[in-house]
Design a protein around this ligand. Sequence first.
Ligand code: AHR
Length: 330
Amino acid sequence: MGIKGNSKRFCRALPGLLLAALLLAACGKDEPQTKETELLLGFSQIGSESAWRIGNTKDIEEEAEKHGISLMLENANQKQENQIAAIRRFIAYKVDVIAFSPIVEDGWDNVLLEAQEAGIPVVLVDRDVNTENTELVTCKIGADFYKEGVMAGEYLIRKADSLGLEQVNIVEITGTDNSSPMVERQRGFLDAIAGDKRMKVLESIDGDFLKSRGAECMRSLLETYGDSIDVVYSHNDEMTLGALPEIEKAGYEPGKDMIIISIDGGQDAIDVLKEGRINCIVECTPKLGSELMETALKLKAGEEVEELIHPEEQVFSDEMDLTSIEPRGY
Ligand code: AHR
């Protein structure tokens, strides 16, 4: 397969082919010493906004290596236009399978149509797209974000019961606007608390899944609502870790004066949960690489694949024995 040009990272195939050429030259034999790579996967990653994302990239690189798949990995640095350009490059290179984590839900139809016309299957990893033409995407591998939101809401109801709270004022720091985890984590949470009259969302504010924005959002929420905040529901660990020092600077003890609920379950946040400064973390695993590679191999072999794969996820909270949590690896 002819691959060259400006791919940002390109594991395995080129070193393999180079090695084969060198061995041939050294040994003077006619037979190549290494087989040409059989599957080329183009993957467009959103960026490096969180420990979750960095863990996800690492997992995909490691699993590609393990499965003997050549990976053309491009980091879009948080820009949809970079992802669209990367997908166009994958089409031009005639990769076997395209995979990507769409930063937002809308705006993919044209480029997906181009992939379809080129006959290249597209796998969504982690996040979802919003399209009426469901045939543009072959399958999706990623968390059930709605369920994550529901689990966060159900934890809050149990916590409010155990503390005997009569009124629960919530502030929500959301992920990137129009991204599927933002939309679904909000929808699931609101559905879960809808029947509980004690619950009131004071404000939802866009923290873009970033630590620095988590801090900014929290400062602004504290200025507006101060003492009335009972709960901070944050759509990822990164923003939670940004928000906590702001709560402390304002003179409150997170985990005690305010109930803190987060999503992801990276090691740094789990350590803070163990300290009692976070009350609950709903797991969202970044370890999607193995399923992605298995799926890509099946697609290349012309086999059927599952349309939707959700990994198993759990809740870590002050309701459990926290010493039982295994090292998270991200
Ligand atoms: O799409 C998954 C989300 O994206 C994770 O919760 C977050 O940490 C990441 O940036």
